[in-house]
Design a binder for this molecule. Structure first.
Ligand code: FAD
Ligand code: SF4
Length: 487
């Protein structure tokens, strides 16, 4: 019998819903909201893919996963085969299946999305990616021989301990570099400033969206490939880039992200009860403050909470506040819901859970009481003006029109900047006007020969998959250099 897929006809079949915890139940726990497809769900969704001759979905993916290929394997019932296709392009499929903004990437380009009234909408590529990664991991843990064979193939490689590469920072960009090079037998050491590896995946994105177990699983797989992780090492303080070359490292990758919180410079920002999203989320996720006192880190709580911003970080902070017992949680955003940059699913989930949107306004002042404890925010009302450079309508202040929002806790989620520690300690490293590292877009090489960079520290705050794409490009170039071959 031929293996060639049958020619499929486009017909209207709705997207297969993702089973989720009910909103009022899930805000009382910190467990994952989306429960994952069953085998029947995954089969039904995979069968919606018409296996286009020229698939558009692939171009929509920043690392150009062979989406048609992995879904084709699922249609044939070959789960290990589907996983193998995914792993050839993406070292963190269980993560990306959960957090990528698919609606603007692969699913945004799927042909079925062009005419949703006739087709039911784009294939749920992210949900299938998650299904494949999770099911493969579960079967592997049970000793499934077909799965073991795939990981065994990955482990069959020549060890080259004399070829050492260092990564500074342990987020998705560095993990991609480490995974790629380790698979070629190159010895990689990752230096991470925090006590856990994973970057934003462990300190920023909450457990209810991305269980930390998944990140740990990926890190363990890399350790099995020989990657060494050194935690509590601050690049620029505990170790300098030139010292790494002196220690025999052939190349250095800088994947330190852009984790320095940005504030708004409005009066009252230093009142008690005003936090950066970075501190708020790090306390809850990395410090496990949601499980205080079983874990040591406490967290500030209030009945009424405002989160300033409209991106994923703002949604994560707002939904976290609800889970910590807040009665009213407001998202304060200066444009409208339609311009919010958060993933659609996060916004929908936040609204289902009871987060209230206060759009077209922004803080003028964080008002404190006599003890400098936050009691309210004075808000400037806005309207939308002409589009700005980002293509979104510019928020314009409505002169003299203000509002007052009574809150005891405010979380500022209006963006981040690069942390200067490593940058200032690395002479010769060229930076852009905005303070990010200047790196070759094709190879990731910086102004220092043999030093590469990628992810948020080059682009500014972006996405997991774009950081991984940059890591992959840099890893290819590093491998080409240190192995002395064209791969
Ligand atoms: P990071 O993930 O920031 O990792 C950098 C690592 O380097 C950190 O572990 C840091 O501790 C370490 N480090 C920093 N300085 C040093 C130093 N001097 N020495 C040693 N180590 C150092 N993207 C999505 O695609 N989907 C989402 O849903 C999404 N949600 C997000 C939610 C939140 C709360 C945040 C903050 C971001 C979110 N993002 C999301 C963005 C995404 O997580 C980032 O774009 C991505 O993690 C960038 O990866 P990176 O490897 O460049 O850096
Ligand atoms: Fe399948 Fe959509 Fe990709 Fe076509 S564009 S191969 S239908 S996922």
């Amino acid at each position: 019998m031929s293996d060639a897929p049958e020619k499929k006809v486009m017909k209207k079949t709705p997207r297969t819903e993702m089973p989720t915890q009910a909103p009022m139940l899930r805000i009382q726990n910190y467990l994952e909201v989306a429960l994952g497809y069953t085998e029947a769900d995954a089969k039904a969704e995979a069968d919606r893919c018409i296996q286009c001759k020229k698939p558009m979905c692939r171009q929509g993916c920043p690392v150009e996963i062979d989406i048609k290929g992995f879904i084709g394997q699922l249609q044939k019932g070959d789960l290990p085969g589907a996983y193998k296709v995914l792993r050839d392009y993406n070292s963190l499929p269980a993560v990306c299946g959960r957090v990528c903004p698919q609606e603007t990437q692969c699913e945004g380009s799927c042909i079925l999305g062009k005419n949703p009234d006739k087709t039911g909408g784009p294939v749920c590529i992210g949900r299938l990616e998650r299904y494949v990664a999770d099911t493969f991991a579960a079967r592997l843990a049970q000793g499934d021989s077909a799965c073991l064979q795939i990981t065994g193939e990955a482990a069959c490689r020549m060890e080259r301990p004399e070829l050492k590469v260092a990564c500074i920072g342990g987020g998705p960009s560095s993990l991609t570099v480490a995974g790629y090079l380790a698979a070629l037998g190159i010895k990689v050491t990752v230096f991470e400033a925090l006590h856990e590896v994973g970057g934003v995946l462990v300190y920023g994105i909450p457990e209810f969206r991305l269980p930390k177990e998944i990140v740990r699983r990926e890190v363990e797989a890399m350790k099995a490939l020989g990657v060494e992780f050194k935690t509590n090492w601050v690049g620029g303080k505990a170790i300098l880039v030139n010292e790494l070359f002196d220690q025999g490292y052939k190349a250095v990758f800088l994947g330190v992200g852009a984790g320095l919180p940005q504030f708004m410079n409005v009066p009252g920002e230093n009142n008690i009860g005003v936090f950066s999203a970075n501190e708020y989320l790090t306390r809850v996720n990395l410090g496990r403050a949601y499980d205080f006192p079983n874990h040591d880190t406490p967290i500030f709580k209030a009945d009424n909470v405002a989160v300033i911003g409209g991106g994923n970080v703002a949604m994560d902070a707002a939904r976290t506040a609800l889970r910590l017992g807040a009665k009213n949680v407001y998202i304060v955003y200066r444009r409208t819901k339609d311009e919010m940059p958060a993933r659609h699913e996060e916004l929908e989930h936040a609204i289902e859970e009871g987060v209230q949107l206060k759009c077209l306004c922004g803080p003028l002042e964080f008002v404190g009481d006599e003890n400098k404890r936050l009691k309210s925010i004075r808000l400037q009302k806005m309207c939308l003006g002409e589009p700005d450079a980002s293509g979104r309508c510019r928020p314009v202040a409505m002169e003299g029109q203000t509002d007052e929002l009574e809150v005891g806790l405010a979380v500022i989620a209006v963006g981040t900047r690069p942390n200067p520690i490593l940058l200032e300690a690395t002479p010769g490293l060229k930076l852009t006007k905005r303070g990010y590292i200047e790196a070759d877009p094709e190879t990731g090489e910086t102004s220092i020969h043999g030093v590469f960079a990628g992810g948020d520290i080059v682009t500014g705050a972006a996405t997991v998959i774009s950081a991984m794409g940059a890591g992959r490009k840099a890893a290819k170039e590093i491998a080409r250099r240190v192995l002395g071959t064209d791969l």
